[in-house]
Design a protein around this ligand. Structure first.
Ligand code: FEO
Length: 394
């Protein structure tokens, strides 16, 4: 296949992966993904930006079949879905120079077994002139790893952003006109990959705010022809202000916790609060992560199993703790048969959540009238807290 032109002398040479359903053995990929690689031809030199996941190296090989010389390989990010094909590229083009950020160099050595002598580092802000095509390297740490940089092609105003602004979606078309068309996929990606680094996302957004950007070409998903649409979405997702919503990851064994979730959800809705309940026995954790992007409150609802929380509810807490959403309040509800430490264990599992802990509601066996009244009171407390933050004002 011939390299696919994006603008004159800039080409797509990446690979969609329609069949992949799981990333990092954790993240559901309902729409597959893609590993985007780009070829930039200057008058004098040619650069390849990123390689691809090793399983798709045959696609890159096909695109590069009639490209006899590439002078530079730019590695924006060391995770193997982009860097894994680097050894193949180095073998295909023995004279190629591998460029990375300074922090990426030891990581490329560690992850790929490359010789450090094979890698030249570029500084933040450094430029590389290919002859009428100037690559400007911008360190953008923590989107997704600490070493990550973005590459801006000045003449064509294209930002090769690697993971950030990406979306796990496989398609044959190269472009999307506005983020609205893939907002769910982009938000899912942000939630799972970028949310833990929300504060640094804000700084990186500030760092690129004065760039004239005509296209954003990420390393997953389509190229944005309306880059401001996805930048606006990122600003909103990373913003400190939460929404007037509550996420309830829950599990039930014999129905008691389910009754409590139902009552709490109804009481919250009555008070004008949006509720996102997720039965963790069947939930898509990507959707849970997406709901956590905006929520002001998380309520964990779990029965007690062998002293502790049901493992599936516990998993949701561990995941939320890892994703570090902007939630401001938390509570725990659930039930037990004869005793246990469910509440203490859930509280201990969320040290990264900077939340005010609200009263808990724990029923012995089936919830009774007093338990339901306590759930109504909890809903009232949550609504009042949201009101204090001004979240009812739209
Ligand atoms: Fe697409 Fe962090 O790798």
């Amino acid at each position: 296949m011939k390299p696919r032109e994006i603008v004159p002398d800039v080409y797509y040479v990446g690979a969609p992966d329609f069949d992949r359903r799981l990333f990092d053995a954790l993240i559901p990929l309902p729409d597959g993904t893609s590993y985007n690689s780009y070829l930039v031809r200057g008058r004098d030199k040619t650069a390849l930006i990123e390689s691809v996941e090793p399983e798709k190296i045959n696609v890159l090989e096909g695109y590069l079949k009639d490209v006899p010389k590439v002078d530079y390989l730019i590695s924006n990010h060391t995770e193997q879905d982009h860097s894994g094909g680097i050894p193949w590229v180095l073998g295909r083009y023995p004279g190629i120079e591998l460029l990375s950020s300074e922090p990426a160099k030891p990581m490329l050595v560690d992850h790929l077994g490359l010789s450090a002598a094979r890698i030249r580092t570029v500084a933040d802000g450094e430029r590389l002139d290919l002859g009428g095509k100037t690559l400007h390297f911008i360190y953008t740490p923590w989107v997704h790893w600490p070493e990550t940089m973005s590459t801006y092609l000045e003449e064509d105003q294209i930002l090769f952003s690697c993971d950030w602004f990406g979306a796990h979606i496989a398609q044959t078309g190269l472009f999307v006109d506005g983020a609205d068309c893939i907002l769910a996929e982009a938000k899912r990606y942000y939630a799972e990959i970028m949310m833990p680094f929300r504060k640094i996302v804000q700084k990186n957004l500030d760092k690129i705010k004065d760039l004239e950007i005509r296209l954003i070409a990420p390393s997953h998903g389509p190229i944005y022809r309306d880059p401001q649409s996805i930048i606006r979405a990122y600003r909103a997702w990373a913003d400190d202000r939460p929404a007037n919503s509550v996420v309830i990851p829950w599990v039930t064994m014999h129905g008691s916790t389910a009754l409590m979730v139902e009552r709490l959800a109804a009481a919250l809705v009555e008070r004008g609060v949006t509720v996102y309940p997720f039965n963790m026995a069947t939930a898509d954790i990507g959707q849970l992560a997406m709901a956590l992007v905006d929520a002001a409150t998380i309520v964990v609802a779990a029965p007690t199993v062998h002293v502790g929380p049901h493992p599936m509810a516990y998993n949701a807490v561990v995941l939320a703790n890892a994703l570090r959403p902007k939630v401001r309040f938390a509570s725990i509800i659930g039930s037990y048969g004869w005793g246990g430490k469910m509440v203490d264990m859930v509280k201990a599992a969320m040290p990264n959540l900077k939340v005010e802990l609200l009263p808990t509601v724990i029923a012995k066996g089936l919830p009774k009238t007093a338990d339901f009244e306590a759930l109504d009171a909890l809903a009232g407390t949550i609504a009042a807290k949201h009101m204090e933050l001004g979240l009812f004002s739209g």
